[in-house]
Design a binder for this molecule. Structure first.
Ligand SMILES: Nc1ncnc2c1ncn2[C@@H]1O[C@H](COP(=O)(O)OP(=O)(O)OP(=O)(O)O)[C@@H](O)[C@H]1O
Ligand SMILES: [Mg+2]
Length: 362
């Protein structure tokens, strides 16, 4: 299990698992899934899996006939973590959520969800500990919000449902709309009913499949606040999203999937592992001899011109290199407009990984 801060590249995080189920034949088989070494890019740091994981997934594969939804995926999610699951359309995210939510059986591999190994017969026990908010909330539109929640509370066997429903509605700021027909609610409000429904059973792991898709910025921000609130209550959140700024803001770690897992790590660790340090220098006028200024500086490994008076310097450590570069520019008579560390967003990381993906891009 990767410790927080660690970057694991695809294929590099073997997880030690014991007896496993091959659901294709529904027969138990023993295999030591752990010992596969990295077959693509190496893990930055290897650590044994934590015993405190909310979720461990080991070499999991799901195929629909000839089509592979995801293949040989391994990762683990810490308890109380908000874990982002990113990837292009068709990457296998929803199928992963449906598999871990026990709606469909994997083709191969294994997983432990909320402490229970994913296996035929374990669905009921797993479902009692988790909740899923699917891409489409799937509410009964001719029932009111309250009636929908009462129905699902009875299906889940929720004790003291009235109080639980009231609390869930309060959490999603929908108490005032509880007697409205779901048909009359906007998309964002229906999403919130879906979230309230997911909270009814007080899950230890909450799977949210694109919870902010189609929401306006204010409604999306409210969902973000709700997710942060859940984090504070110790709920583990597994979040699929296409909003990379959302993942960056909310997630402790993110996984990037494109049928196979491309990487897992904290956003800043992924950035550091993928992009080398660089300084962006802007001067009031073009430098007559930029090479003479930059290449003599300690810590500067290379430079390029990005415009008439804009330069990007490749450096080992931007904070160490910046003062010397500033002094050299001033000594060369340059008017410095700015020297900044180049910032790479999670979007840059995502695009770089998907762009260089040797496998199918769909
Ligand atoms: N029931 C199914 N039968 C056949 N193929 C399926 C089924 N469900 C999913 N797939 C296929 O599996 C692949 C992964 O689909 P999935 O819905 O998991 O992608 P996703 O990452 O959630 O995409 P999106 O970002 O568009 O929601 C796709 O090629 C999809 O067509
Ligand atoms: Mg999906």
């Amino acid at each position: 299990m990767p410790a927080i801060g660690e970057v694991i590249w695809a294929g590099g995080n073997g997880l030690r698992m014991g007896a496993q189920w091959d659901w294709t034949g529904c027969a138990p088989r023993c295999q030591n899934a752990a010992m596969r070494s990295a077959d693509t890019v190496p893990s930055v740091r290897g650590e044994p899996p934590t015993v405190d994981a909310a979720l461990t997934v080991s070499h999991l594969t799901k195929r629909f006939g000839e089509r592979t939804a995801f293949e040989d995926v391994s990762f683990a999610v810490n308890r109380g973590e908000v874990f982002g699951f990113l990837g292009p359309n068709g990457a296998g995210k929803t199928t992963m959520v449906r598999t871990l939510g026990t709606l469909i059986a994997p083709t191969a591999g294994s997983a432990v969800v909320a402490g229970i190994p994913l296996a035929p017969g374990a669905s009921g026990a797993i479902r009692r500990r988790i909740a899923t908010m699917p891409e489409n909330p799937g509410l009964y539109l001719r029932l009111t919000v309250q009636e929908n929640l009462e129905l699902f509370a009875s299906l889940y066997g929720v004790r003291a449902p009235r109080a639980r429903i009231a609390a869930a509605l309060e959490t999603v700021h929908l108490a005032a709309r509880s007697h409205d027909l779901c048909r009359s609610l906007s998309k964002g409000l229906r999403q919130r009913v879906g979230l309230a429904r997911a909270l009814l059973s007080e899950p230890t792991i909450l799977f949210l499949d694109e919870p902010t898709a189609g929401l306006d910025p204010v409604a999306a921000r409210e969902v973000h606040d709700l997710i942060n609130g859940l984090r504070q209550r110790g709920v583990t959140v597994f979040l699929t999203t296409h909003r990379l700024e959302e993942a960056e803001r909310l997630c402790d770690r993110v996984a990037i999937l494109n049928t196979r897992l491309r990487s897992v790590g904290r956003p800043e660790a992924l950035r550091a592992a993928l992009f080398r340090g660089s300084l962006v220098v802007e001067t009031a006028a073009p430098l007559p001899a930029p090479g003479a200024v930059f290449t003599t500086q300690q810590g500067v490994q290379g430079w390029s011109s990005e415009g008439p008076s804009s330069y990007v310097l490749r450096v080992a450590d931007p904070r160490l290199a910046a003062p010397g570069v500033t002094r050299a520019l001033v000594a060369a008579g340059a008017d410095v407009v700015s020297i900044t560390e180049a910032r790479h967003s999670l979007e840059d990381v995502y695009l770089q990984l998907i762009d260089e993906d040797p496998e199918v891009r769909r």
